[in-house]
Design a protein around this ligand. Structure first.
Ligand SMILES: *Cc1c(COP(=O)(O)O)cnc(C)c1O
Length: 230
């Protein structure tokens, strides 16, 4: 009944988290996948610590931020309270921020050029920390977008491994805003397979169920959990 459905709509962060978790589970099981193999990265960019706390208090531990400076301002204090949390960088990385990125983040989804690979390799060696690494692929070949082009990604992954000795876990993409995402998810899955990579960071609030159908291991969901951003 309409009224019941309306009453069931999640009204706070903890409820929205539960709802997204249930959707992830449904999508995984519907595609004969183990829900445990899909990590929900709760994207908290632009939201202050007060807005993130309810998610932490509800037991969620994996979060995504897209700016190093913003993460640096927000997360050390939260990490002191919740030492088991995991922070993922999902936004563009400048090589002069590699040091802070390796200090702050447990995973970096946006490795996309030799200069970054080199800077990360240097910091990983210096700090003795090993963030999990994903190569960002510009699956739509969009000029304004970050990421390695599909034509050159195999060579880039090879260079990351052989030249920079980086353990690459997987690939990440942000499909073009105005195209059905499925072809991009399929392309990312294909590139991952031929390069022997197990991780697939793809799918956001609007399309994470679809991404799970194409093998997503990390879905990055922001607004569906924290609400619309300014
Ligand atoms: C903001 C952002 C997300 C989350 O987007 P929503 O539509 O709010 O779920 C996911 N991935 C990246 C790279 C982002 O910058």
């Amino acid at each position: 009944m309409l009224k019941a459905v309306k009453g069931d709509r999640p009204k706070n962060t903890a409820e929205r988290l539960d709802f997204i978790r249930a959707e992830i589970r449904k999508a995984a099981l519907g595609n004969a996948r183990d829900p445990a193999n899909v990590t929900l990265v709760a994207v908290s960019k632009t939201f202050p610590a007060e807005a993130i706390l309810p998610a932490l208090e509800a037991g969620h531990r994996v979060f995504g931020e897209n700016r190093v400076q913003e993460a640096k301002a927000k997360w050390p204090a939260l990490r002191a309270r919740f030492p088991d949390l995991e922070l993922h960088l999902i936004g563009p990385l400048q090589s002069n921020k590699a040091r802070e990125a390796v200090e702050l983040f447990d995973a970096i989804h946006t490795v996309d050029r030799p200069k970054i690979a080199m800077a990360l390799a240097e910091e990983i060696a210096r700090q003795g920390k090993r963030p999990r690494l994903f190569v960002e692929v510009n699956t739509g070949g969009e000029e304004q977008k970050a990421g390695v082009l599909p034509e050159t990604v195999d060579a880039f992954i090879h260079a990351c491994r052989e030249q920079h000795r980086l353990a690459i876990e997987g690939l990440m993409c942000i499909p073009p805003f105005d195209e059905p995402p499925a072809t991009h998810f399929a392309l990312l899955q294909k590139i991952a397979r031929r390069n022997g990579l197990s991780g697939l960071s793809m799918g956001m609030s609007a399309d994470f169920q679809r991404a799970i159908a194409f093998g997503a291991t990390h879905v990055r969901v922001g607004s569906a959990i924290f609400g619309t951003r300014d």
